[in-house]
Design a protein around this ligand. Structure first.
Ligand SMILES: O=C(O)c1ccc[n+]([C@@H]2O[C@H](COP(=O)([O-])O)[C@@H](O)[C@H]2O)c1
Ligand SMILES: Cc1cc2nc[nH]c2cc1C
Length: 349
């Protein structure tokens, strides 16, 4: 059986946490007055094992792939949008590009298996701007068969790891992002299986299906779980049965980043599913995960609770791409800069 052996993930640095906490208490402000920002700076110091935590350089990895289950009418949009959005990402014209730019965050785009991306795939812009991580031309339809082979599941994780090792070894933080029509179906299925919640509890409207569409989507997810029988004690099997190539890719990005002491900022419900899988593979990933927003998707609340992180803000967003992560990185940057740039209270007198 194809196995995945994760790299060694170190514990976060207890001495650096202690040092950062002492430093926080010495700064020119009443203790605790920066609220959660103080804990963010301390956590990042512990992750990076440093007295000078920084999120920079900060990069969003937007992983893109298609899903066979899209043919079952689970999304408000056709599959062709995935390829179109890959094109927009390549040309720096997606929402995440604008939000990342406005927050001094870089973006990289990884194609893990877009079906209909010929325009983008063939172009010079693709060759120069997209990291080719393709595992296949979209997954199989999980309603009738496993989304992918075990070999492909492991390959997607390894491809994600190699994105970090080839491009992001000096990252101050990595934000997770994704795009793929129907991937909120995969995310809900993964969340139901790994957390043991009812499909109806964790399934939302994704791009915006109506009431009838939501009922149908829940039925498709229930059918997929019944047909493919994922082994909830084996996260690679869950990815194989009801996952996606970009989700596997983000699992790999997360695990590799944690092994290198790089903080990972979660975005919405699809990246949340990847984070759940990563922690199920190795629970030592958990302290490296930083939340961003609370997505409108109900499964996201369940994921964040299961991961033990509380969202920073709720702007009623449900776009994905890494948009929430890019916004949150600005807050984490401010937290780090208070830690490293403020005067001490002793200097005031
Ligand atoms: O980030 C989220 O929480 C989120 C919630 C709903 C939808 N999305 C995005 O919308 C797409 C998935 O929606 P759907 O309806 O096609 O499954 C995919 O491209 C995601 O990036 C993202
Ligand atoms: C246009 C569009 C852009 C997206 N970006 C992420 N998911 C998306 C879904 C759609 C439909």
């Amino acid at each position: 059986m194809q196995t995945f052996t994760p790299p060694t993930i170190p514990p976060i640095d207890a001495a650096a946490i202690e040092q950062a906490r002492t430093q926080q208490e010495s700064l020119a402000k009443p203790p605790g007055s920066l609220g959660r920002l103080e804990e963010f700076a301390i956590r990042i110091a512990g992750i990076q094992a440093t007295e000078t935590p920084t999120v920079d350089p900060a990069t969003i990895v937007t992983a893109v792939a298609d899903h066979g289950v899209a043919t079952d009418g689970v999304s408000a949009y056709p599959q062709s949008i995935t390829g179109g959005m890959l094109n927009a990402l390549v040309n720096d014209r997606a929402a995440v590009n604008a939000i990342a730019r406005s927050n001094a965050v870089s973006t990289i785009v990884c194609d893990f298996g877009v079906v209909d991306g010929e325009d983008a795939v063939g172009s010079d812009a693709y060759a120069s701007s997209v990291i080719d991580c393709r595992i296949g031309a979209g997954t199989a339809n999980m309603r009738t068969e496993p989304a992918m082979s075990r070999k492909a599941a492991v390959a997607s994780i390894e491809q994600g790891r190699s994105v970090v090792t080839s491009h992001l070894t000096d990252a101050g933080c990595i934000g997770l992002g994704e795009m793929g029509i129907a991937n909120s179906t995969a995310a809900a299925a993964i969340t139901a299986v790994l957390t043991g919640n009812e499909v109806s509890t964790v399934t939302g409207r994704g791009t915006g299906v109506d009431d009838e569409g939501l009922t149908h989507k829940q039925q498709v997810i229930a059918d997929a779980i019944e047909t493919t029988e994922p082994d909830r004690t084996d996260p690679i099997d869950v990815l194989r049965c009801v996952g996606g190539y970009e989700i596997g890719g983000l699992v790999g990005v997360t695990i590799e980043a944690a092994s290198r002491r790089i903080p990972v900022v979660i975005d919405g419900v699809i990246t949340g599913a990847a984070a759940l899988l990563a922690v199920a593979i190795d629970e030592r990933v958990q302290p490296y995960l930083l939340p961003s927003h609370a997505s409108v998707e109900p499964g996201h609340t369940v994921q964040l609770e299961s991961l033990g992180v509380a969202p920073l803000f709720d702007y009623q967003m449900r776009l994905g791409e890494g948009t929430g992560a890019a916004l949150a990185i600005a807050t984490y940057r401010s937290a780090c800069q208070t830690q490293t740039e403020m005067a001490t209270i002793a200097e005031l007198t």
